[in-house]
Design a protein around this ligand. Structure first.
Ligand code: COA
Length: 480
């Protein structure tokens, strides 16, 4: 205790000095970020007195040079835009992000593929291979905090935007990339979602034992890696507060998928020591091989679970319920399904005794759930604290009012396609309401960015327009 006093006094004096004299020149980075262990930082402003939700957005002031396309990169920058960052999406003149035209449901309008991944951004068209285009990019590099890209390996370097080049022009710039693989034998490969699911261990552990490997509908390779990248960017920004310099952030899709499939790497190590008793394969007496098998709908954790049919399953492909035989509520489960003797029967009373009988137990539960709809079952079981979940179709999710109310599903209006649904920010910040807006048209903000962000005057703008750096190359006249 005695030792603490001088330290505290020193910190107090430093804090006083910091409040009295706003630093004219930048404070020494190390001193600027000293914390006192209570989460207080000597250079934080006074807590805002504004009501929560009215103090701006979390990432106000952050500017992103967005070179992303398809899905993985765009999910990352869209999330940052929802949180308030000014995301400037650079697209090739005349073409833009390839997804604008993919899986179109409305003729001549940007596809949902594009619009649902690029909300709240601004779009500028620049030909990065045109000398004037490179001039514009140089200005953008100087004015942005983060460059995000997910081109094929080497493409950014081929544009001339190597790390050395970017760092020389803006030493504070964070350069964040998604690639399919990290350094190693596959580092030069182009990668799409399902390739990552397969290479990251997800496909080999998904599906039924008797069937082939399966990919999941959730885009864990693309959107999952976009999420990882967003976190990496935030960490790099935080470190930049101390160091004053940017750094490279790399998220390989294989790594991202493996991170999400880590419980299967856990099981890989367990299998070397004995059978995985919570896998239904164990109860069925099927021996384990050397690698983690596919486990169908077995629960991922230590509480056995399975998907059971509900009323209407014959005609409705989603009339199912996920049911977990959680040990602490075993007695309640027995009472509700009408098997009260299972509470004390030594063959059923303990989790260990139940393991070899899981198939039969779930068959009995299913007999019961087939007498009611999945929503009735959900209501009934939850009254008894029994964990379960209805299998919701995308139609049900799209129509679910509670998801609209929380802003997880948002309807936005678009000038060429009309109203569409998008997924809002799944991360809720109590002081930063999500800013979910429609996606930009191709090049919609080109002039605005050139003049208002980069400071080009009218004659320079005309020169740029005439140069071909921001417009699609003219189609060659057909020979007469
Ligand atoms: N002006 C001029 N050229 C531009 C441009 C612009 N504004 N924007 C992009 N380009 C060019 C690039 O310079 C590159 O040209 P180059 O190969 O001649 O150097 C080309 O367009 C795009 O490259 P690439 O990324 O290879 O596109 P692709 O359609 O062939 O490949 C992927 C798509 C997704 C397979 C690949 O980008 C990839 O593997 N990305 C990393 C992993 C990833 O994110 N995958 C998930 C996608 S959801």
């Amino acid at each position: 205790m005695a030792k603490k006093k001088p330290k505290q006094a020193k910190a107090k004096a430093a804090a006083k000095k910091a409040t009295k004299k706003p630093a004219r020149k930048a404070a020494k980075p190390a001193a600027a970020k000293k914390t006192n262990g209570n989460g207080k930082s000597s250079n934080l402003p006074k807590p805002s007195s504004k009501p929560y939700g009215q103090a701006g957005r979390a990432l106000d002031g952050l500017r992103i040079l967005d070179f992303t396309h398809v899905q993985s990169g765009p999910t990352c920058t869209q999330l940052l835009a929802y949180m308030g960052a000014d995301v400037i999406k650079v697209e090739r003149p005349g073409a833009g992000d390839i997804t604008r035209g993919q899986l179109r449901d409305v003729p001549n309008a940007d596809s949902l593929y594009f619009t649902m991944l690029n909300g709240s951004k601004r779009s500028i068209t620049i030909d990065s291979k045109h000398p004037k285009g490179m001039d514009i990019l140089n200005r953008l590099i100087k004015t942005c905090d983060v460059l995000v890209e997910n081109f094929a390996p080497g493409a950014l370097d081929r544009m001339g935007l190597t790390w050395d080049y970017v760092h020389k022009h803006n030493p504070r710039m964070i350069v964040a990339s998604v690639k399919g693989f990290g350094p190693g034998p596959y580092e030069d490969c182009k990668v799409y979602e399902n390739v990552a699911q397969c290479a990251g261990g997800s496909a080999s552990t998904t599906g039924f034992r008797e069937g082939p490997p399966l990919v999941t509908g959730s885009q864990i390779g693309d959107s999952g890696t976009g999420l990882h990248l967003a976190l990496g960017i935030m960490a790099a920004l935080y470190q930049r507060n101390r160091t004053g310099r940017g750094q490279k952030v790399l998220c390989a899709m294989q790594d991202g998928v493996l991170n999400l499939a880590r419980v299967k790497l856990r099981d890989q190590q367990r299998i070397e020591k004995g059978p995985l008793t919570e896998y239904s394969q164990y109860g069925e007496g099927v021996p384990f091989g050397k690698a983690v098998p596919r486990a169908g709908n077995d629960s991922g954790g230590g509480q056995p679970g399975w998907i059971v049919k509900c009323k209407g399953w014959e005609n409705d492909p989603d009339a199912y319920l996920y049911f977990i035989t959680q040990a602490p509520v075993w007695n309640e489960i027995c009472d509700v399904i009408g098997e009260p003797t299972w509470k004390t029967d030594p063959g059923y009373a303990t989790p260990k005794a139940r393991l070899p009988k899981l198939k039969a137990i779930f068959a009995r539960i299913e007999q019961f759930t087939m007498t009611m709809t999945k929503f009735e079952a959900m209501d009934l079981f939850n009254k008894h604290d029994i964990p379960c979940g209805p299998i919701l179709s995308m139609k049900e999710i799209a129509e679910e009012q509670s998801l609209r109310a929380t802003g997880t599903v948002v309807e936005v209006d678009h000038p060429t396609r009309g109203k569409y649904l998008t997924v809002g920010n799944p991360i809720k910040l109590s002081d930063s309401p999500a800013d979910v807006r429609r996606s930009p048209l191709l090049g919609e903000h080109t002039e605005e960015i050139l003049t208002k962000v980069l400071g080009y005057n009218a004659s320079q703008l005309n020169e740029i327009k005439a140069s071909g750096a921001i417009t699609a190359p003219k189609k060659e006249e057909k020979a007469a």
